[in-house]
Design a protein around this ligand. Sequence first.
Ligand code: ATP
Ligand code: MG
Ligand code: MG
Length: 376
Amino acid sequence: GSTIGILGGGQLGRMMANAGSAMGYRFIALDPTPDAPCGQVAEQIIANYDDRDAAHELAKRADVITYEFENVDAGVAAMLMEESYVPQGSELLYTTQHRLREKRAIEAAGVKVAPYCEVGNVDELRAGVAQFGLPCVLKTATGGYDGKGQWVIRDEAEIDEAFETLNRAGTELVLEQFIRFEKELSVIAARSPQGEIRTFPAAENIHIDNILHLSIVPARVDETVQREAERLAARIAEGLGAVGLIAVELFLTADGELFVNELAPRPHNSGHYTMEACRTSQFEQHVRAVCGLPLGDTALLTPVVMVNVLGEHVEPLLERMAVIDEAADRLGVAPKVHLYGKHEAKHKRKMGHVNVLAAQVDDALAWITETNIWRA
Ligand code: ATP
Ligand code: MG
Ligand code: MG
């Protein structure tokens, strides 16, 4: 069998390796953290991502190389492409590492993003605020996640401080119009090197403090909106020439308009529901795509709600297993618990998730409320 190398050894790599192992592949992850989540189920090279010697070793030992996070050093990606097979290439990484490049690429594919402008100095920020009105969102062009590296400007008095604070990151800044969305959706698309494209059903996402809390599938929106979101994701995968997975985050407005928020060229937290709820999981699909296999059927087998298990949820989850099972029996739902093997259950840290399979999403939501683990 062949060996798949993964840049990054977090939970996404772990679930990719679990899915791919079942298909007969071996995995080796490059990650600086000893005993990383992926290293527990695969081999691991413990080194920094930009360590050239480690990258050479990965290239030597792997037949195919993929990544599980998007901030891979461009130089390392280029080097790996010379020494091994990197079906995703480096272009998609280059595009999605930078919000401005990403937005331009989405627009070039014929898909709408929230109105935005580049901000190089505080005068440009002032002009942007005047153009878009308040509130609006200032974001660093690179490196942000879980809402870090952004500032919602609600008052003109905040302009200087917002600029000074985010400008310290030393990257370009982008200002976005604030979209008063009714719902946030996401769609994960897969594209093979041969150009085959499949999309997973749209998820309705609910965030708490900018961290994903719930993914609800089917999304509670018109079927025409679901289809349209899936069509836009396929268009982006095609337009960007993606290989492997590409996750597309969208805003849905009250009048039914869809705007893309951002992309991630990898498995996505909002796609974890596919593990039990779809014919093919996002992780199996990614392995299929990067290995040049035919893509799998993405049909939804059952309604599902995915709820994230953060550091503060782990203890209550394990302590209240009996109560939780009783509630599941009574409500007729099947909660599938996934934990990532992380050692420190820090507050807000993603430790695992539960896929709650149910006859209807309301039953799954009722179970989540009744467990009393995810208290608002
Ligand atoms: P992630 O962890 O998903 O990578 P991130 O730090 O890259 O997050 P975004 O996805 O850009 O951040 O924004 C985080 C959240 O902030 C969004 O899910 C949305 O709820 C809100 N948000 C971001 N941009 C806008 C906008 N232009 N208008 C309204 N809300 C926004
Ligand atoms: Mg992001
Ligand atoms: Mg996001």
